[in-house]
Design a protein. Structure first.
Length: 107
């Protein structure tokens, strides 16, 4: 259950990254809504990470949380904000994913 909570925390980190990206192009009331989404996702991410850290080692929780957020942020950038998806970018994201899986396996 704690791993599920940790994964949800990482997904909330991806959500606040997406909302932050949307604020750049939004205007007026739409911008306010994206900022609100950012702060809600940020608070949920921190809360869920703290809950996962109650049972899992912090040396595992934090790297997995940031890793999910980093991978998710790159994927959000590629799929939603037209950022480049070059070979080296995909290569290093893949190594990051493998590292996250490795922490789960040894944890």
């Amino acid at each position: 259950m704690n791993w599920i909570i940790l994964i949800l925390a990482g997904l909330m980190e991806v959500s606040f990254t997406f909302c932050l990206g949307k604020t750049k192009a939004a205007v007026g009331q739409d911008r306010l809504w994206w900022w609100l989404g950012f702060f809600i996702a940020l608070c949920l991410s921190m809360f869920l990470m703290a809950k996962a850290a109650e049972k899992l080692p912090i040396g595992t929780v934090y790297p997995v949380w940031t890793g999910i957020g980093a991978v998710g942020a790159v994927l959000v950038g590629i799929f939603f904000f037209s950022e480049p998806a070059g070979f080296w970018r995909i290569f290093f994201i893949t190594t990051l994913i493998l590292s996250i899986v490795g922490l789960k396996v040894i944890g």
